[in-house]
Design a protein around this ligand. Structure first.
Ligand code: NAP
Length: 308
């Protein structure tokens, strides 16, 4: 096997601790050799307050994973690409479509790889759903992504700020799946519910149509208590498909046909190693483009103030 890729993580918070560190620890394609974060620390490796000081002090770094909130990712990505490091972007890859386009060009110019990671695309039943749908005639589809923001995002102020996407932070995970398993689609109308005291939506009601005219609806809700739902449904000539659990379980006409434990982050790091070694990039902006379109076309509806 080739030498491990020397990697650093930047923005040490919830997702780094929950997923990146365990995935990197088990993957022989990598050696984690540094971290940069204003407050967060990773045990047993050198830690730095920001990416600039990490790159200065550890020039042997070959790649970085940028895991800070999206509003603060572009400058760090630019710094890393200009230093000729391969870059793994957490989802969403940026706060705007055009800044990620700029990063794509910068990666090409510097001869390094850029990876816009979409973890939900690597959920275990997504490929099976894609294969099923590609063999069936679809008549309609629906996305229901309903979770409790107080449970999953406590004290995350960035998520309610402009560029934090509000309920589209989880919603973009659904979009990363549907843009992989359904025909090309675009938004025809949207209503975004903004709490009176917040700058990002707490719910969204979105209608799409596919290029061949099929209706697709998306309901996003961040105030769902009790059972949480991360489901994509499709009516087809081969039965009713339900892809549930955020892409982990597939059922056709009520019969479970695919159900495996999830391994999204190990798969993401496997893919990143592949593109680094192939000298390629993998940057699909379709999910981010749909969020931008929802904000562009969506009617703004002011709802009750939200308090943690
Ligand atoms: P988080 O814990 O709130 O943020 C990650 C870290 O980024 C923070 O701990 C903070 O570390 C750093 N940070 C915060 N504000 C910053 C700023 N203004 N400038 C520079 N760094 C800043 O959030 P998270 O849940 O890990 O999410 C981070 C990203 O991962 C988001 O894009 C999110 O959508 C994605 N993600 C999250 C989850 C999840 O379950 N939470 C799942 C998948 C993907 P320091 O204070 O030490 O700098």
């Amino acid at each position: 096997m080739s030498q491990p890729i020397k990697i650093g993580v930047v923005g040490v918070g919830k997702i780094v601790r929950d997923q990146h560190l365990p995935a990197l620890a088990k993957d022989q394609n990598y050696r984690l050799i540094a971290a940069a974060s204003r407050h967060g620390k990773v045990d047993s490796i050198p830690n730095f307050p920001d990416i600039e000081s990490m790159l200065d002090a550890v020039p042997e770094l070959e790649a970085v994973s940028l895991c800070m909130p999206p509003q603060f990712r572009y400058d760090a990505a630019r710094t890393a690409l200009e230093a000729k490091k391969h870059v793994f972007l957490e989802k969403p890859p940026g706060a705007t479509v055009s800044e990620v386009e700029d990063l794509k060009a910068l990666a090409v110019k510097n001869g390094v790889s850029l990876f816009a990671s979409w973890h939900s695309r690597y959920a275990p039943a997504v490929e099976a759903a894609r294969a099923f749908l590609s063999s069936a005639r679809i008549s309609s589809a629906a996305i229901n992504w309903k979770e409790d923001v107080r449970r999953w995002h406590p004290n995350q102020e960035w998520i309610w700020a402009p560029g934090g996407f509000g309920v589209f932070d989880p919603g973009i995970n659904a979009l990363s799946i549907v843009t992989h398993i359904l025909p090309a689609l675009f938004i025809t109308s949207a209503v975004l519910d903004f709490p009176a005291n917040r700058d990002a939506p707490v719910a969204a009601h979105v209608a799409f149509r596919t290029s061949n005219g099929l209706p697709v609806t998306m309901e996003l809700d961040w105030l769902q208590t009790g059972p949480q739902s991360w489901d994509i449904l499709a009516d087809t000539d081969k039965g009713a498909m339900v892809l549930s659990g955020g892409g982990s379980k597939l059922a056709i006409d009520g019969r479970v046909v695919h159900d495996e434990p999830e391994a999204e982050y190990p798969m993401l790091y496997k893919r990143f190693a592949e593109i680094v070694r192939a000298g390629a990039s993998d940057v699909d902006l379709a999910p981010l483009q749909h969020v931008a379109d929802a904000f562009m076309l969506g009617k703004r509806n002011v709802v009750a103030a939200f308090f943690d």
